[in-house]
Write a protein that binds this ligand. Sequence first.
Ligand SMILES: [Zn+2]
Length: 168
Amino acid sequence: MQAEKEAERIYEHAGVSLAWLDCPLWPEQAALYSACQDASGPAKLALRILSQSMAEHLRLDKDSFGFALYPEDGSFATVANVFSHDAEELARRRGLPQRVMLGHLMAHELGHLILGVRSHSANGIMHVPWQKKELEMMAQGSMLFTPREGQTIRTNIRARRNADLAPR
Ligand SMILES: [Zn+2]
């Protein structure tokens, strides 16, 4: 998937390498793929790419292109949703390749999982809304995490990996 490569590039700038595992959304189908059965954990995030009809059911507000789920018990957030249809529409309206738009959206929502609540920022990929300036930066490949966010991401990923390795 081309959008995955785009998200990978963004995380590489933050010093993190992503490894993707493409799984079906429905548990019955996922059961057919052994690697998908244990799909989430502190360092194994699930990014759900939702179709238009699924998005209609879940949409929180009209301008939202996705959202991250934060567990109420304060444990590591591992699931985020992306509304790919909306991203594709916006890409089409603004003349941006779809893989670029979707890749940035995926990186943004994963960013919410790793950076935690209230992770919107004044600059870079965690800035919202995405207007002309942001879309131009995306096209140029300069829409990235800030150096400070990069540092937090690396710290938090280390903590998640340690939690993954710890006996339960
Ligand atoms: Zn956001």
